[in-house]
Write a protein that binds this ligand. Structure first.
Ligand code: ADP
Length: 656
């Protein structure tokens, strides 16, 4: 029989497993039990509609057998089993699911100590057996309704990285036996401990207690039995006798079914990390148990960090749906609104029908009721977290704040009540993210608006000319640095009667009516000059005006109309990211341009120079106009149209 080689990446992983001085070798048992449980889930599901399976729910089980003479440990299940092709496909290469993250991380970290940790965090399924095994034999018979009585089975054998072989064999009933021949004990590692009943029972209780299917193992016991001998008092003598009993080791009750007071926070966190492949504890655990119109219970988790694929198409949002202990759907997205898609967890209801299909689910009224309740619970949990543990909320917000803001923007205002008070922005005064209500509470009596400035970074915004005057007034400014922020702000509209206002806005509500009049008068007096500047800029700006917001800077660039400079940048990036030249997207986003406004500081020496040139040397006035426009672009963080033209202009004005 020819030996086959593992695919190269699997081989790397195997070598890593076999050679690592790995302290968590024990997780192999959890991995194999979890595979066995999945296999039983599958056959149990089939049995709902296929009588030929011939097993009822109570017949399914996982067994652990110890053979101390042969130094083997066998994990058996009567689940769906694998065909020869499946053995080849599943055990010849690295499994897909949980191991994906592992592969990615492995690429990123070269040091072996990190590798080791990663194995501990994620587990790598079947392969983990090689951490403790010198040889692994898998005997599997796939369930096949057409041949329900056939005994044909297959045997997969491997001693590690030198490859594996598959051959035909027989097995009485469908399912899989995994036979592990343990490595020889070394000074560092006592592999033989995995032949001890005590080690195995504690591992099962530690890692696999919630596995729905019973895990049976022979357990040594002793009892007192009467003998025929009689003691002084005429009573029969008793002696201790050893015996073994095949017992169920795991408690089986899923954690979400146990009462709140029965389950510690640590247990919930452990469950979460294992089930959803996270390394970090969740920031919150939400438990719901509802009775009445719809009965269900749910255990939901708010993660502290975003999964590596969260912002990609690969990420599957949704809650796991269980009915009577059986998982009927892994990612039920109908139960979670888009803006809370980061929430993970389990929902169980006896009311869900077992052979529920995706289509039916969408129209299921019960499901809608549950979804609405869940959304409210998540909201109030986040709100609570914000109030009682801001530090944790900050961590959460760092990971998922952007999702909330997208939710707001995409909902076109519909989600304002749900999300508005969960949103935070960076406060120029507090120098950290704060809720909008905190901003409003700290507003001085005379402050009319909630000010915001948007740009690439906090550092850049701190230097933006138009923020200077607002800050000098003693007002706080929200610095918006995510692309989506301005859209979110638009959707918020007014909060507690306070309107948001961009520092770019023509009217910041800072000046008295008198100031405004004076400015208007100035503009009328200098109309020719302002028109001249606009003409000199040759269509680059929609308006040129005197600024009310500049103090020490000569100019700033703002916009008028619906689309701001930041929004324009966003549309540009969408256009670049999507269709590209000539596409419908380009056409659409290409039109999304901000109407630029050049604002001049009438009290700055630059203006005196401009005015002087306008009266005496029109060419120079045109050059100065372009110079000032270039300055405005630079301070706004917008690239110059033509940097070499601009430096030519500087040279011309300074040195000729
Ligand atoms: P994962 O469980 O993350 O998919 P594994 O390497 O543990 O990765 O397993 C690979 C695949 O092999 C599983 O997805 C499953 O299809 C199959 N498999 C493993 N163990 C069993 C088993 N006991 N019974 C049936 N199929 C199994």
């Amino acid at each position: 029989m020819a030996k086959k080689q593992f695919k190269s990446e699997s081989k790397r992983l195997l070598d890593l497993m076999i050679n690592s001085i790995y302290t968590h070798k024990e997780i192999f048992l959890r991995e194999l039990i979890s595979n066995a449980s999945d296999a039983i889930d599958k056959l149990c599901y089939i049995s709902l509609t296929d009588d030929k399976v011939g097993l009822t729910r109570d017949d399914f089980k996982i067994s652990i057998d110890i053979n101390k003479d042969k130094k083997t440990l066998t994990i058996s299940d009567n689940g769906v089993g694998m065909t020869a092709d499946e053995l080849e496909a599943n055990l010849g290469v690295i499994a897909k699911s949980g191991s994906l993250q592992f592969k990615k991380d492995m690429k990123e970290s070269e040091s072996s100590s990190e590798d080791i940790d990663i194995i501990g965090q994620f587990g790598v399924g079947f392969y983990s057996a090689f951490m403790i095994a010198s040889k692994v034999t898998v005997i599997s018979r796939a369930y096949n309704s057409a041949d329900a009585k056939d005994k044909a089975a297959n045997m997969w054998v491997s001693s590690g990285s030198d490859g594996y072989s598959i051959s035909a064999c027989e097995k009485d009933s469908p399912g899989t036996d995994i036979i592990i021949e343990l490595k020889e004990d070394t000074d560092d590692e006592q592999y033989s401990k995995y032949l001890e009943e005590y080690t195995l029972t504690s591992l099962i209780r530690k890692y696999s207690d919630y596995v729905r299917w019973p895990i049976y193992m022979d357990v040594k016991k002793n009892r007192q039995v009467e003998t025929d001998e009689v003691d002084d008092k005429g009573e029969k003598k008793k002696i201790w006798e050893d015996y073994t009993e095949n017992e169920v080791i795991n408690s089986r009750i899923p954690i979400w079914q146990r009462s709140k007071s029965d389950v510690s926070d640590e247990e919930c966190a452990e469950f979460y990390k294992e089930k959803f492949f996270d390394r970090a504890d969740p920031v919150s655990v939400i438990r719901v148990s509802a009775e009445g119109l719809v009965s269900y219970n749910a255990m939901l988790f708010i993660p502290a960090v975003a999964p590596y694929d969260y912002f990609t198409r690969e990420y599957k949002a949704g809650l796991q749906l269980y009915s009577s202990g059986i998982m009927i759907m892994e990612h039920c997205s109908d139960l979670l609104p888009e803006h809370f898609r980061f929430v993970r967890g389990v929902v169980e209801s006896p009311d869900f029908s077992l052979n529920i299909s995706r289509e039916i689910l969408q129209h299921d009224r019960q499901l809608k009721v549950i979804a609405t309740n869940i959304e409210k619970k998540i909201k109030s949990e986040l709100k609570k977290l914000m109030e009682i543990d801001m530090e944790k909320y900050q961590a959460f917000y760092k990971a998922f704040g952007i999702q909330l803001k997208y939710g707001l923007a995409n909902g076109y205002g519909m989600n304002k009540d749900m999300l508005g008070d969960l949103i935070m922005f960076y406060s120029s005064k507090s120098e950290k993210l704060i809720p909008i209500s905190e901003y409003i509470n700290a507003m001085p009596e005379d402050q009319k608006y909630i000010y915001y400035a948007s740009g690439e970074s906090v550092a850049m915004l701190g230097k933006l000319p138009q923020t200077e005057q607002v800050r000098d007034k003693g007002y706080d400014i929200f610095y918006l640095t995510d692309e989506i922020d301005e859209f979110a702000v638009r959707m918020l509209g007014k909060i507690e009667e306070k309107e948001f206002r961009s520092v770019n806005d023509k009217d910041l509500g800072l000046e008295s009516d008198e100031d405004k009049k004076e400015l208007e008068q100035q503009e009328t007096e200098n109309k020719d000059l302002l028109d001249f500047v606009k003409t000199s800029l040759n269509g680059k700006v929609a308006a040129v005006r005197f600024s009310q917001k500049l103090k020490s800077h000569p100019v700033c660039l703002t916009s008028q109309g619906e689309i701001s400079l930041e929004m324009e940048k966003y549309f540009k990036s969408m256009q670049a990211g999507r269709g590209g030249e000539g596409s419908a997207e380009e056409e659409m986003f290409g039109k999304m341009r901000a109407e630029r406004v050049l604002e001049l500081n009438a009290t700055h020496p630059s203006f005196t120079a401009l005015k002087d040139a306008f009266e005496n040397d029109k060419d120079k006035a045109a050059d100065l106009s372009n110079l000032l426009y270039g300055e405005a672009l630079l301070t706004a963080g917008i690239p110059l149209d033509d940097p070499s033209d601009f430096s030519g202009l500087i040279n011309k004005l300074l040195f000729s």
